[in-house]
Design a binder for this molecule. Sequence first.
Ligand SMILES: Nc1ncnc2c1ncn2[C@@H]1O[C@H](COP(=O)(O)OP(=O)(O)O)[C@@H](O)[C@H]1O
Ligand SMILES: CC(=O)N[C@@H](CCC(=O)OP(=O)(O)O)C(=O)O
Length: 295
Amino acid sequence: MTETAPINPAKVISTALPHMLRYDDQVVVVKYGGHAMGDPALGNAFARDITLLRLAGVLPVVVHGGGPQIGTMLDRLGIKSEFRNGLRVTDKATVEIVEMVLAGSINKEIVHLINAEGGKAVGLCGKDGNMVTAEKLTRRVRDPNSAIEQILDLGFVGEPAEVNPTVLRLVMKEELIPVVAPVAPGVDGETYNINADTFAGAIAGALDAKRLLFLTDVPGVLDANGKLIKELTVSQARALIEDGTISGGMIPKVETCIEALERGVEGVVILNGKVPHAVLLELFTDQGAGTLLRP
Ligand SMILES: Nc1ncnc2c1ncn2[C@@H]1O[C@H](COP(=O)(O)OP(=O)(O)O)[C@@H](O)[C@H]1O
Ligand SMILES: CC(=O)N[C@@H](CCC(=O)OP(=O)(O)O)C(=O)O
């Protein structure tokens, strides 16, 4: 049996208190990724952390993803799905399932978990209170064979064009915890599927959040030797994307971090949501828990 060091309650409290005061009445946006969900015990620990943050006077806003869960449902229904540039190609049938899974089952599950821990969560999506207006994503990509630039058409994939945080502020004022799904209407009346990282960045910017936390399935940004990088400046992060150290799904995440910092969010952290109580460790301990990106 391994022996663990005895916990010194006075030390724990005296370490946590200054951090708690720093975040008092401040907005902290937590992006809960689909890869970080799934384990019931971790889901409960996450819900407990969010509830404790609110009790400690912090104003948490949860923005969740659910990519793997959408994939499972599409498989069950026999609808084929593919990703391009890290984003799901979304036709009319797919966007209906995306909305059903994100704004329906996953959103309500997270609300339920938080409420079961004694919190008061309210489930929303970009449609509620006209919170987010989406515009169809238009991105130019270069065809590797012909080097000709093309517009990437992903169907009903959107980007937040406008964020109106009124409904979020009203909910937070009533001691409620908003839990938001990344689905939003376009001015054309269509429903758009938005990458949850991008959505969380836009929400954090509109709320002038003190911190934006990305809970994923790796300890943070890893260097070329697979070692955790504790702190990164924007220019260092750009260099790591340029030299290929940061790749795949980590690219949109880090790009969102950079945009959020440019919109005035004070600090953005990428951390492992599979570590129990990752949120509390990050916010209320001296050493933090993942990679902190700074301007
Ligand atoms: N330098 C890097 N450091 C950490 N993860 C990286 C890096 N480069 C690529 N990745 C990949 O990015 C993934 C996280 O992105 P993603 O799968 O989109 O997460 P989520 O679904 O939680 O939003 C990691 O699991 C890892 O495979
Ligand atoms: C356009 C696009 O790709 N949307 C994502 C939305 C969910 C998401 O981003 O979930 P994770 O955070 O778990 O990856 C999707 O359809 O999977």
